[in-house]
Design a protein around this ligand. Structure first.
Ligand code: SF4
Ligand code: SF4
Length: 159
């Protein structure tokens, strides 16, 4: 990863902190390696294993298992990352998009365990129709912005 790309990701963290995704699919060998590092994994009904998000390997905005991160993490590039890699936006512009996204997510609510947890709580409350209207609106604005600039049509499988 070139330095401006890593600078962007170290400014963002949203594909690891639960803001964009709820889990990362794992191959069996990856699951075994992460278990050995003491990470708790999610075993689904069909036996598939996933790494829940916010990722327990994330410290601040930094991946603590970067050299051994799962293949799905290795391959994932959000739309903004691709735009920076292609020179369609400058690093400053891309960091500005991240700052706006963080602000929109923070408008949804705060949680002790961070942005991803606040988004998860809001999504669960929205699904069960217990979210206050103003928070529902903030959640909708955040999701639209995340879709437009980050998730786009590329989604890391496992949602
Ligand atoms: S969401 Fe994009 S910019 Fe943010 S950390 Fe992930 S790849 Fe990097
Ligand atoms: S293993 Fe690293 S790259 Fe993958 S989700 Fe966790 S913190 Fe992010």
């Amino acid at each position: 990863m070139t330095s401006s790309l890593s600078t962007l990701c170290l400014h963002c963290g949203m594909c690891c902190d639960g803001t964009l995704f709820t889990q990362v699919p794992l191959q069996p060998a990856e699951a075994q390696a992460l278990r050995q590092k003491g990470l708790s994994l999610l075993v689904k009904e069909d036996g598939a294993v996933a790494l829940p998000q916010r990722c327990a390997a994330l410290e601040g905005l930094c991946c603590t298992v970067y050299e051994e991160r799962p293949d799905a993490c290795r391959r994932y590039r959000c739309q903004l990352f691709n735009a920076l890699a292609e020179g369609e936006v400058s690093l400053e512009e891309a960091k500005g998009v991240v700052d706006t996204a963080h602000a929109k997510v923070d408008a949804v609510g705060s949680a002790e365990s961070g942005r991803g947890s606040a988004m998860r709580q809001a999504r669960v409350a929205a699904a069960s129709l217990t979210l206050p209207p103003e928070t529902r609106e903030a959640l909708a604005h955040a999701e639209v912005y995340l879709d437009k600039h980050f998730r786009g049509r590329f989604r890391r499988s496992g949602g």
